[in-house]
Design a protein around this ligand. Sequence first.
Ligand SMILES: [Zn+2]
Length: 420
Amino acid sequence: MSTPKPSTCQRALAATLLALAACTEEPARRPNLLLITIDTLRPDALGCYGAQVPTPALDALAERGARFTALSAASSWTLPSLATLMTGRHAATHGAVDDRHGLNEELPVLAERAAAAGYQTHGIGSHIFLGERYGLQRGFATYDDELAPRYDERRLAHRQITSPALVARAEAWLEGLEGDAPWLLWLHAFDPHNEYREHAGFTSGDEPRDLYDGEVRFTDHHLGQLFASLETRGLMDETLVVVVADHGEEFGEHGGRLHRRTLFEEVVRVPLLLAGPGVPRAEVTAPVGMVDLLPTLLDLLDLAPPDQLAGTSLRPLLGEGPATAARPVVTELEGPRPQRALRLGRWKLVGSVLEDFWFLYDLEQDPGEQTDLAALHPERVTALRHLLEEELSARGAGRTVELGAEDLEHLEALGYGGEE
Ligand SMILES: [Zn+2]
């Protein structure tokens, strides 16, 4: 006697029961997040962005994930850019715009959102602006700023070599993890920042650019050790790895050196690599801004974004979906002569707020920003200026950081007292 076949009705009932069972299962574990910010990293110093000498660790990361080719940092120096990364707000709103101002305490930050969802959170800073006084550590359950130089160590600050210690500290923290809760680990790597140090086996040549490239390869090597350690621990498959820079570096493109002086592409265009759960292999060429990072990371961790963010999740750009309209991308630089820039598609407006003087560049035709087209397109300049004002209209107050005269003197000795 053959077994009776289930009727359509029985099949439907079984499917419903299965669906109900699926609903009552534990939700999937959220991925870990390893957020690596690298100071002063230009895309063209990485093999995956066209550098002649490879950077094996980051090139391999790019190979298995998403590489963004047109991300603009929020500013051309550390503090405002990282504050935008952590809050998803423009510098004008988060308030950490100069040496005297830290992060607005009212704004929700990445680590806080993650901790509220059960993440174990830890940060390791290696820069004077990542010390506690500026507020970037807010939301992390534990924060290690032992590598961030003190004000009285200013003479050593830019000479410190920190990548080996940074990675050792990260590994020690991972080693001590307990339980199954997902984690968020933020590391800030400092070595590519000036002064550029020589590293045997990584440096070739003694020109500033050679030394700088050597610092990047040295940093890459140590990050490679961390990635290998994550593999060994079996953590890589459940970890979203994000690598981004706070700003780039000038090597004479517009007559200057270092950073925090202009908003040209060499100081604001930065690499962005994402790899891990939820990230397909992709190359994203659309211009995007650092304000988009927080909503993107929260989206990939399946966490709700705070209200009224300046940016939006970049996740739709990773798929095959329809092309989205160009979004305006803002960069800001405070100082004695505040500057602003707005990118919209191929066009970039950059100039001085106080003097109301603006340059216009067509980045498609002129990626090096050598030919100012403002006089040829006055109507476009006016439209972009209005758009810039709109984007920045929601200004907020920063929390004043108590800096004494001696502190300011120390910052000036580091080249952070305004212009650099
Ligand atoms: Zn920096």
